[in-house]
Design a binder for this molecule. Structure first.
Ligand SMILES: *Cc1c(COP(=O)(O)O)cnc(C)c1O
Length: 359
């Protein structure tokens, strides 16, 4: 059943979108081959389109963004070496056990100065060589937009400044660009501009771009050749993946055109929640499609807020003690109003926030 028919507003993630009718048609009619042999024509077309869209030599289509990150880490970093990352980044947090298990590496976590964003001075400090040559860093990673940072955007000038520091130390720079198209829309800078500053980058088709499955890892031809080897090694040579890639091609071509709507809806949501529960949200911090609300000031547990919102048909997640909400292709402006009505009801039921204060 579609969200429209269930009356549920699903703000848990931008991964929850259902494929469009055009995607389902393309999937049904997809020309396929065996991707283990590299002869699935639809996968190959998607990889070529991704390389072109990012201005890089080559791309590889993989089932998840996590696998893109893990393959990149494995390709760039030797076991027993360090990866510099932001403290609350996906790769150094959610995926840390994966990197430990698959690559035997360790993270050097640096807290971002604001909203999860590192600056060049911090990276330079992290890359000062160990005088005893014991702690060696093989890779620096960035995340843009930054999920835990509330969808914050790193300007391309900051990426360039960090890239210069990395080049000075001969340490490669990797960009977890799961939502790089959101960053591009928010800044007006192209994805190509971001991709040109780093050694390799990944982005998700399965998030704001709206595909059911899939992510792309892009970089130099030699790097992608190694990534192909690791894809097979990790058991991800996914045969007639053209079925999925067919939807991915539509997501890549059409998805970026509507991301500004998600950003406008997120802003509307942030402004609305800030009216209902002042102090919970800083609407000025909502740059893309992610809204975090800190409801601890209401005296009610975040889990209780989540459960009560779900009772009113609005699904949210709890991340690091806060409520997280994402807008996406299956959330309309009317759905945002439905979500805000639910927030108002829960605030009234709990006697919390501006709603109760106003009676
Ligand atoms: C979602 C996400 C990933 C992982 O992508 P999956 O396809 O869910 O594995 C990696 N990094 C960031 C910043 C993400 O938001």
């Amino acid at each position: 059943m579609s969200p429209a028919t269930t009356g549920i507003v699903d703000l848990r993630s931008d991964t929850v979108t259902r494929p469009t009718a055009a995607m389902r048609r393309a999937m049904a009619e997809a020309e396929v081959g065996d991707d283990w042999y590299g002869d699935d024509p639809t996968v190959n077309r998607l990889q070529d389109a991704a390389a072109e869209a990012t201005g890089r030599q080559a791309a590889i289509y993989l089932p998840t963004g996590t696998l893109c990150n893990q393959i990149a880490v494995h390709a760039f970093v030797r076991a027993g070496r360090f990866v510099v990352c932001e403290s609350t980044s996906h790769v150094g947090g959610t995926e840390a056990a994966s990197s430990a298990a698959l690559s035997g590496i360790a993270f050097h976590r640096v807290p971002g100065r604001s909203a999860g964003l590192l600056d060049a001075d911090q990276v330079a400090a992290a890359l000062v060589p160990d005088p005893y040559d014991v702690d060696v860093t093989d890779l620096v990673t960035l995340e843009n937009t930054h999920q835990r940072g509330g969808g914050s955007v790193m300007p391309v000038a900051s990426v360039a400044a960090i890239a210069a520091v990395c080049a000075g130390r001969k340490v490669p720079l990797y960009l977890d660009g799961a939502r790089i198209f959101n960053a591009a829309v928010a800044t007006g800078v192209t994805v190509t501009d971001y991709a040109a500053r780093v050694d390799a980058m990944m982005f998700c088709l399965s998030k704001g771009l709206g595909a059911p499955i899939g992510s792309l890892l892009v970089g130099d031809a030699e790097f992608i050749r190694e990534a192909r080897r690791l894809k097979v090694l990790y058991g991800a040579a996914w045969r007639q993946a053209g079925i999925m890639a067919a939807a991915g091609l539509i997501a890549l071509a059409e998805g970026p055109k509507r991301l500004h709507e998600d950003h406008a809806n997120a802003r509307r949501l942030a402004l609305g929640v800030a009216e209902i529960v002042p102090e919970a949200v800083d609407p000025a911090a909502t740059a893309t499609n992610i809204v975090f609300a800190d409801v601890t000031g209401t005296g009610h547990d975040v889990g209780e807020w989540r459960q009560r919102l779900a009772g009113h048909g609005v699904l949210v997640t709890m991340v690091a003690g806060r409520i997280r909400m994402l807008t996406h292709a299956d959330v309309t402006a009317a759905d945002v109003d439905t979500a805000l009505a639910a927030w108002r009801k829960v605030a009234a039921d709990l006697g919390a926030g501006a709603v109760s204060a106003a009676g």
